[in-house]
Design a protein. Structure first.
Length: 267
């Protein structure tokens, strides 16, 4: 049951890039080659990977606060800082800095967990640790119990969220939200999926669970708990849509609308 906090404003997804062969790309390559000592060829497309202190601290702050509010036990910083030292490495360093400076009374590092507490998380404490992104993909498969809340730059978050969705049945089971300081938008992680329009076929659980997240965000815990109860009971009854039916022996295939009615009935 992992929760991913994915920075959603920058990284390679900032959209700062130039197509190969354009005057803009040539200008950037000229600058990098002539002023910065690089040796890029002119058949190169260019993209910029910004990672800022402010946005990093914002997402890490949100992840740790979520841990505190929901009594979770750890935050794992997912990064490729061993290679991209001044972007993803900085993300890791700023994340640790945020935990130390703003949440010292709530957090301990993984080193402290073993040196001071003999590997046992003390009551009321959250372990802050980090893992290299590529290694983490196999770790979440082999040792999922070691991960709780994950905080990560944008691109890594896109990758790991889909990988983790596969472990719980696919994108049809994975809710999502874009949460800012003043507003929040809750949506399915799978997008609009237009090829399935008007077929009454696909799994609505991603949307249902996104609604559950919204209710919980608003403080309507009892309503959110009812949604979870209805969804869990329906799946336990093996009354599911096609994406889950093909993975479950003895399941009953339901249409999208029938599944929604079953969930409502089980609330």
């Amino acid at each position: 049951n992992m929760v991913i906090f994915r920075e959603n404003m920058e990284d390679l997804y900032a959209g700062i890039e130039w197509k190969q062969g354009t005057p803009e790309a040539k200008k950037v390559i000229d600058f990098l080659n002539n002023e910065m000592g690089q040796s890029l060829s002119y058949d190169t497309g260019i993209g910029v990977k910004p990672i800022s202190i402010e946005n990093t601290k914002n997402i890490v702050r949100a992840a740790i606060r979520y841990c505190i509010d929901n009594k979770r036990t750890s935050v794992t910083i997912m990064h490729k800082g061993n290679i991209m030292k001044f972007t993803e490495g900085a993300f890791r360093d700023w994340a640790y800095q945020t935990a130390k400076e703003e949440f010292a009374q709530h957090t301990i590092t993984e080193d402290e967990l073993w040196s001071t507490y003999n590997g046992k998380i003390p009551a009321g404490k959250i372990v802050i640790k980090d893992r290299i992104a590529d290694a983490m993909f196999q770790m979440v498969l082999l040792r999922p119990d070691e991960f709780d809340v994950i905080v990560t730059p944008n691109l890594n978050g896109d990758y790991i969220s889909d990988a983790l969705a596969a472990q719980v049945g696919g994108l049809g089971m994975a809710p999502g939200a874009n949460i800012g300081d003043d507003a929040a938008v809750f949506e399915a992680t799978h997008g609009t999926a237009p090829k399935y329009a008007n077929q009454d076929k696909v799994n609505p659980s991603s949307l249902i669970l996104s609604g559950e997240m919204m209710l919980r965000f608003l403080g309507w815990k009892e309503a959110a708990d009812l949604v979870i109860k209805g969804l869990e009971k329906t799946i336990q009854q093996k009354r599911v849509t096609y994406d889950l039916e093909r993975q479950m022996e003895g399941a009953t295939l339901l249409k999208c609308s029938e599944f929604g009615q079953a969930v409502a009935g089980n609330m």
